[in-house]
Design a protein around this ligand. Sequence first.
Ligand code: NCD
Length: 304
Amino acid sequence: MRSLISILDLSVEEIDQLVATGLDIIENPEKYAHKCEGKKLATLFFEPSTRTRLSFEAAMYELGGHVIGFSDAGSSSASKGESVADTVRVVSNYADIIAMRHPKEGAPLVASMKSTVPIINAGDGGHNHPTQTLADLLTIKREKGTFDNLTVGFCGDLKFGRTVHSLIDALTRYTGVKIVLISPDELKLPSYMKNALDKMDSISYVETTSLEDAMPSLDILYMTRVQKERFFNEADYIRLKDSYILTPEKLESAKSDMCILHPLPRVNEISVAVDDDPRACYFKQVFNGKIIRMALIMKLLGIN
Ligand code: NCD
């Protein structure tokens, strides 16, 4: 029984295979319409979500399966004091696979140790978000054709942004990737991640506070929201929330085929005036996220 807790749980070959399945689903959706008939997905969301939960649910429906679950810890037995471990032991009796989001780092890992069905980490605190990474990778594959030799800029909240952490983990597997970390000093990539990158020859990184300086070199610009819910005080959030705002003017120095990604939700960090730019790929990411979740659900259920 396989779970997906970190993107590093998947080998490069498995990621390639998921991407290939995703591309086939896009070409031949009818082939997949009955693959999960009779199967149930439980979505256990202890933290708010629109995209990720609905994306999992839509993915399961498009595979012909069923969905049960909750979208708010307050409406689950967690509000009565039940542990995550007990909740998944119970839900394992009702569902064939579980997608879980939790505000505590490591909660899906604990769940996977107790569950008798596969657990998918749909975001754990400021830690990891492997299925967003799969959506990002499918988008990069479709837009750029490769994961190698790319210069990827990550801009915004690199401290708490779990999608950033998981995508960087994934990119360490490929060759010639250069990472440009663009953030205010207070929101830099955690040192445990930088220490790990320092030990790798395959990947290099630089840190800067200037989006303008980084822009001309980038093949991909990954914008992120400042993660309000992870701040300890409101004043810090207010001071930092508008650190970077991507506008059409700032894009003038960017490559003509740069790809702009954002896991969404967007707050202020990308001006809506950028949405019509052909380089804006963040709404394509949403579609690709549903597709790659279909591929992942099939894989973890052992369905070809
Ligand atoms: C991200 C998340 O939940 O970490 N959203 C998502 O799943 N697409 C990014 C965010 O909330 O800023």
